[in-house]
Design a protein around this ligand. Sequence first.
Ligand SMILES: Cc1cc2nc3c(=O)[nH]c(=O)nc-3n(C[C@H](O)[C@H](O)[C@H](O)COP(=O)(O)OP(=O)(O)OC[C@H]3O[C@@H](n4cnc5c(N)ncnc54)[C@H](O)[C@@H]3O)c2cc1C
Length: 432
Amino acid sequence: MTSHDKPNSLWMATSAESTAHAHLNEEISCDVVVIGAGFTGLRAAHKLADAGSDVVVLDATDVGFGASGRNGGQVNPILPFNGPEQVRKIVGNTHFERLTEASLGSADSLFDFIEKHQIECQARQNGWLRVDHCEKAKIVSRKNADAWNKYGANIEFVEDDKLQKLSGSKAYRSGILAPRGGAVQPLSLAHGIARVAKNAGARIFGNTPATQLSQTADGWKVETPNGSVATKWVILATNGYTDGLFAGLKNAFIPFVSVQIATPQLPPDIIDSILPEGQTLSDTRRVIIYTRREPDDRIVIGSHGNLGRNGLLTGFKWLKEDAARIFPQLEGMKWEYEWGGKLAITDDRLPHFHEPAKGLIAGMGYNGRGVAMSNIMGTVLADRVLGADPNSLPFPVSPVKKIPFRNIQMLGKGTAVWAMQMLDKMETSTSR
Ligand SMILES: Cc1cc2nc3c(=O)[nH]c(=O)nc-3n(C[C@H](O)[C@H](O)[C@H](O)COP(=O)(O)OP(=O)(O)OC[C@H]3O[C@@H](n4cnc5c(N)ncnc54)[C@H](O)[C@@H]3O)c2cc1C
């Protein structure tokens, strides 16, 4: 049984850096409080500290405890689900141009940052394969790829023998290859950004949940169990881990759970047959599978899961069966690690920038494509604090509003995943 809070994670076992931060136990003041020490919060903290702001980061647990230290580490530069015209319809022409530029450049921008700051996180930009589970998915995916290529996405189509050689699986016949995509060891990256932010002057506190926010004459007061921070600005960077700190914020998305498993180091005959050129892979199913090959000859694979009230993660049995179906080389595998975490899904499948009160901003809702995008969002949140007009940012300002039928969607999540699996199965089998 795998617990969410004490995960048996490959990333924890192999992180290049790791630091425990002391909790806040006094009353302090600063220019900006960042709540949440994942990619979003840490990138915001770094940019602000670098620009001379006095920044304090608070995390309820510590750096990388949330999705940033648990994810699949796929650096994917294309917005999820939507083709460009759908995005344009949602955000309008001006934001469309900016958001497209930001998202298509997001992987390059992250890899540049990693290189510039010498962050040891096994970064590799070998491309991302998105493979089609059925004919219908192939048509939609090609149409969207063609459309994104008009904006410089540079996506290639791959089929049959070439795809099977690149993926090491006979389960897919077509897909796209986005060459700017790649992979990182996510927990190492989170610790690396934290180090860079601290070097720039940010102060980070672990085991310090923000428990209350109150507006003051000069800004905000953030209460924590053993201290408080008086500040001009508050940045909420809590994504799928958002609690009730700011009323209504957690209702603006649906928290989804994703789980992953990792093999032990594999012998050459097996490892060399899977993703031999080092691309990452994800498929087009509703209950997606995503996978990657590690520099130390392991395979990591993930999909949807669930989190019980008892704090235990589920979904591993189905994932192990599916992994062996897609890669028969992994049949009978004794998986060495299993873990999972929470991410945030928005109603329009786009990341949301919120500014619900003077001096209080939030950025979240990356819909499973947050490794590159949360890094962009962090810098955008910093720009806003540094004086950028909210209308000049890549993301439009979204109101904090409850997702329609959220309660029903939350209750029905288990059934919905089951129904999605059934639909995926039907489509896959009728396409053979
Ligand atoms: C299993 C999994 C696999 C994924 N795979 C991929 C992938 O391959 N590619 C991709 O692009 N995206 C992926 N994602 C999504 C991606 O990880 C996230 O979008 C991204 O990490 C979000 O970063 P963040 O900093 O916004 O939030 P998080 O990293 O979730 O950080 C939020 C932090 O807020 C803290 N917090 C919450 N409330 C409080 C409070 N009141 N006070 C103080 N601290 C608080 C939490 O402790 C947490 O550390 C995956 C997600 C998961 C869970």
